[in-house]
Design a protein around this ligand. Structure first.
Ligand code: HMG
Length: 447
């Protein structure tokens, strides 16, 4: 049985903060820190009537309409988020409630839940849906998996430049049009305290350490994957989407992955004339000396034509949307998958039958690696997305407006939704509509 992602939709928050033009001057920083160092141009934010429910429901609505689906076709709704506003009632129930406003029928038959493990819960939700279908419990129905987040940091935290907000909706089904998921997976998982939110909205984060933990867990996941399938080779994959908190992180992860995967291969031999062979631990007296030599080799490697050609073909395209929207936490690796396929479509490439290596990560911390085979219907699916229009239509915030928006979405702030005028007009979409008598959030469809 072939199981995978049949269709995707992506919904960005409707506001945009330009990092070079607006954020950098207000922070007294050189714009190059954001555009070149982190690799980010802009962040997306929700307008005052948007949140994780509206973004998720609007993505799911467009997906269901485009695929001609009714509620009876969906057997489960899984939501991955780390921005939930309720410790009991899952976001998936709110999203189902929204969708029931616009469809005949209901989702009473559908299993709903919410997954938490930082950013990796988006991929874990895909796993849950995949396993449900492979186990034959789906009765021919598909699963709706929605990764939705408003990724805010405290003002003046070092992570502030990497914020973002948006949702990715994915339909998991038999005989998928977009990608088939491999049953093989690799994991790297450890109890880490690099990024966490202990009963608080904004993360406590040790930014530099979080980058080291990302790389360590990703390396473990690749090695675990190799223990199942044998050594991987970078040329085996047409695209390699990584979890993308910011493109500079992926730049590092890709270099380490390439170094690992080409060790003892013909690629290492071919590169040897130019940059020497990779340092081996046994050649050094201390870990520190080895690490220094490995770092120097990695710098030389990333300067080489061979590496740069591979990176610009397999990794760079996956960053195309992320650069414009920032970190969407649970949705981030799924945005990277879409970004890579979208660039390939624009370049007229035929990727059907090609394989992607999808590298997910969540702080706390866990990495997961699996492969995906691109299906014959991929180009039609990606061509149906309207993400370019959404990005283009975003309202450009001034710095003062950004400060207001941050306050509106801050659960502890005295500034409420009604204190700030909306920046855009809702158009055929779900909007946040105030609170009900038990403190629940309420939503309406604006036609
Ligand atoms: P920082 O300390 O403000 O930035 O925060 P920096 O000083 O390290 O500068 C960043 C880069 O810009 C550096 O490049 C600078 O050299 C360069 P690098 O040396 O690293 O290659 N730079 C410039 N380049 C060109 N022109 C210039 C210039 N100035 C500086 N003028 C940090 C950086 C990532 C720590 C911060 O943004 C942060 O704390 N972010 C949040 C944590 C994060 O994203 N961690 C990533 C790994 S953990 C993860 O991915 C999980 C996560 O998604 C959460 C979850 O799973 O739920 C976050």
């Amino acid at each position: 049985m072939t199981v995978g992602i049949d269709a995707v939709e992506i919904r960005t928050g409707k506001l945009r903060l330009d990092l070079a033009e607006t954020f950098a001057p207000a922070q007294g920083e050189d714009p190059g820190k954001y555009t070149k160092g982190l690799g980010l141009y802009a962040s997306s934010f929700p307008d005052v009537y948007e949140d994780i429910v509206t973004m998720g429901a609007n993505a799911a609505h467009r997906l269901m309409d485009r695929k001609g689906l009714e509620p009876r076709d969906i057997g489960r709704i899984d939501v991955a988020t780390e921005s939930a506003f309720d410790n009991s009632k899952p976001v998936s129930t709110y999203i189902a409630g929204c969708l029931e406003q616009v469809y005949d029928g209901d989702f009473h038959h559908a299993n709903k839940g919410e997954r938490k493990f930082a950013c990796i819960s988006g991929t874990q939700s895909l796993d849950d849906a995949y396993n449900w279908i492979r186990a034959g419990r789906n009765r021919g129905r598909a699963a709706l998996v929605i990764a939705t987040d408003t990724a805010l940091y405290a003002r003046d935290d070092s992570g502030e430049a990497t914020q973002g907000a948006g949702a990715v909706a994915m339909l998991l089904a038999e005989d998928p049009d977009l990608v088939e998921l491999s049953p093989e997976q690799g994991y790297g998982s450890a109890d880490e305290t690099d990024f966490l939110k202990p009963q608080q909205q904004f993360p406590s984060v040790d930014g530099k350490r979080s980058m080291q933990v990302y790389l360590a867990r990703m390396r473990e996941a690749i090695m675990d994957y190799e223990s199942v399938l044998g050594p991987i080779h970078p040329e085996d994959y047409v695209l390699i989407p990584f979890h993308t908190p910011f493109p500079g992180m992926v730049r590092r992860a890709a270099a380490l992955g390439y170094r690992h995967a080409t060790r003892d291969t013909e690629v290492e031999e071919k590169l040897a004339a130019e940059i020497g062979r990779q340092p081996r631990r046994e050649e050094f007296d201390s870990d520190e000396a080895y690490r220094e030599a490995a770092g120097e080799y990695t710098d030389d490697l990333t300067e080489s034509d061979r590496y740069q050609e591979w990176y610009s073909r397999c990794v760079e395209p996956t960053l195309s949307i992320s650069r414009q929207v920032g970190n969407w936490y649970t949705g981030s690796v799924h945005v990277a998958r879409i970004g890579g396929l979208k660039v390939a479509l624009e370049n007229g490439e035929n990727l059907a039958g090609g394989r992607m290596l999808v590298c997910s990560y969540g702080s706390g911390a866990q990495a997961e690696v699996h492969a995906e085979t691109i299906q014959a219907g991929w180009a039609e699916e990606i061509a149906a997305l309207d993400i370019d229009d959404q990005l283009e239509d975003r309202y450009d915030l001034t710095f003062e407006e950004y400060e207001q928006v941050h306050d509106v979405h801050n659960h502890d702030s005295d500034i409420g939704v009604s204190d700030v005028e909306q920046f855009t007009q809702p158009d055929a979409e779900f909007v946040f509509d105030g609170w009900g008598r038990m403190g629940e959030r309420k939503y309406t469809y604006v036609g």
